[in-house]
Design a protein around this ligand. Structure first.
Ligand code: SAH
Ligand code: SF4
Ligand code: F3S
Length: 450
């Protein structure tokens, strides 16, 4: 028994949703790490379970409640277990979560998780804790520095590829989307904080950084010598020794400025991959979505980006079955896809989100929406395959991240974000030239050159 007391407390985090939640989960683990928690891979032996949740579609939000039901059962064997809900469902539903699932001890929104240690004190005294403010102070200024955490109890687990949030929140208010409500208004972090965090990550073995923001290309942070755009920030990161690759996501078509387009042709460390969601190819639907760009302006933008960097891989997001989408609107989306030729794309059936402007509008027949989604996904899959197959025989640069499923196999990502498998003596963090020999279902195989 006495041993159990000196054991560090164990924290299990499950992450849903976008990359920003992945980043936030790391930072929450660090905040609680400074408080003596260490991470565990299984909920069964945890002292604290934290679900970092997503509210983007109905299914995502409902998953949380079924998961909470399962986690509650663990309290029978372990009455001291604490259960917390973080992220966008926490922000959107707040107290309602504790009403629906009384086993929940703590609810924390995406902008207040720097207050987790204080909240845990309350929870440890048997009280419930809830914080879904949009505080004046920025959580980033109050979180432990990543170096400080490394010196503490938290294990310095570092994949060679890392996320770094530079901008958060959204002022665009697309008619279908909950993000402006769950993440709040657009805020950019100051340049020096970002550079410091990037340097810390590099010191811990990181070689690729993906800059994150709900609208990352709207970034405009205060710098030592004036305001920085995203392009200027990327150029500053290009000078960080030991950092080999820079990516950023997610961008909005309206914020792709000339300097950012040019950077794709000129900045050595910026990778040739761009996630640029368009959502629909119909101007009528784009207007109703409040997207403030047209199909044509998007296509011209892609042309300019490809002129700057001809081999760039374009990725996108699509919503089908948005209210009032008719057959012609859908065909317009299909033609746009045919014209762009995506290397990667994510597509979703429209899901009504309470509180958003589109929530009041009449839905497209469900069977029709399902059929459209299937057709669109078949086209996207065909394009993805074609782009992936076009890598055959080419030499790409691969940043190796981990061992593959088979003995002796290592897997990494090419500059185009394709997963590449090799059988060779390489370590995580190695960046090597690879000749592509095979294109299989969802990845490439190749031989390390030299
Ligand atoms: N911040 C990013 C991503 C937002 S969410 C951006 O602005 O692009 C990721 C994707 O989910 C969106 O691009 C959109 O395609 C999809 N999405 C958002 N709300 C949705 C809804 N209500 N129903 C279906 N898909 C949705
Ligand atoms: Fe949502 Fe639109 Fe903002 Fe993207 S730009 S986060 S889709 S409101
Ligand atoms: Fe989901 Fe929130 Fe990200 S709703 S997609 S976790 S910003």
């Amino acid at each position: 028994m006495s041993d159990a007391k000196t054991d560090p407390k164990k924290l299990f985090i499950r992450t849903y949703g976008c990359q920003m939640n992945v980043y936030d989960s790391e930072r929450m683990a660090e905040a609680l790490g400074a408080d003596g928690y260490v991470e565990t891979d299984t909920p069964e032996n945890a002292d604290m379970i934290l679900l970092n949740t997503c509210h983007i579609r109905e299914k995502a939000a409902e998953k949380v409640y079924s998961e909470l039901g399962r986690m509650k059962a663990l309290k029978v064997d372990n009455p001291d277990l604490k259960i917390g809900v973080a992220g966008c469902v926490a922000q959107a539903e707040g107290e309602e979560i504790m009403r629906r699932q009384p086993a929940v001890d703590l609810v924390v929104g995406p902008q207040t998780y720097h207050r987790l240690p204080e909240m845990m004190e309350q929870v440890d005294q048997g009280k419930k804790a809830l914080d879904t403010d949009f505080p004046e102070e920025s959580k980033f200024e109050h979180l432990p520095t990543r170096h400080g955490v490394r010196a503490g109890a938290q294990k310095a687990r570092r994949n060679p590829a890392a996320f770094l949030t530079v901008q958060e929140g959204c002022d665009k208010f697309c008619a279908f989307c909950v993000v402006p409500y769950t993440r709040g208004a657009e805020v950019s972090r100051p340049v020096e904080r970002i550079l410091r965090e990037a340097n810390d990550l590099v010191d811990r073995g990181v070689r690729e950084i993906t800059l994150l923001g709900q609208n990352v290309n709207a970034y405009h942070g205060a710098g030592p010598d004036g305001d920085y755009s995203l392009a200027r920030l990327i150029w500053a990161l290009n000078d960080v020794d030991g950092l080999e690759r820079i990516r950023f996501t997610t961008s909005h078509p309206n914020d792709m400025d000339d300097a950012l387009i040019a950077a794709h042709g000129e900045c050595e460390k910026l990778m040739p991959y761009l996630h640029l969601p368009v959502q629909s190819g119909s101007d009528k639907i784009l207007k109703r979505m409040n997207r403030s760009h047209t199909a044509e302006s998007y296509l011209r933008l892609i042309e300019r980006i490809r002129a700057a960097r001809p081999d760039i891989l374009i990725s996108g997001d699509f919503i089908v079955g948005f209210p009032e989408e008719d057959d012609q609107d859908f065909e317009d989306t299909m033609s746009l896809i045919r014209e762009v030729k995506y290397g990667q794309a994510f597509s979703f059936k429209y899901s009504t989100r309470p509180g958003t402007p589109a929530a009041e509008r009449a839905l497209v027949d469900d069977a029709v929406a399902d059929e459209r989604l299937q057709r669109l996904q078949a086209l996207i899959t065909e394009q993805q395959r074609a782009v992936q197959d076009s890598m055959l025989g080419r030499d790409v640069n691969v940043l190796f991240e981990k061992s593959g499923r088979f003995e002796g196999q290592m897997v990494g990502k090419s500059e185009y974000l394709h997963a590449v498998h090799v059988n060779a003596d390489v370590k995580p963090g190695d960046l090597r030239r690879v000749r592509i020999t095979e294109s299989v279902r969802n990845s490439l195989k190749g031989d390390v050159l030299d």
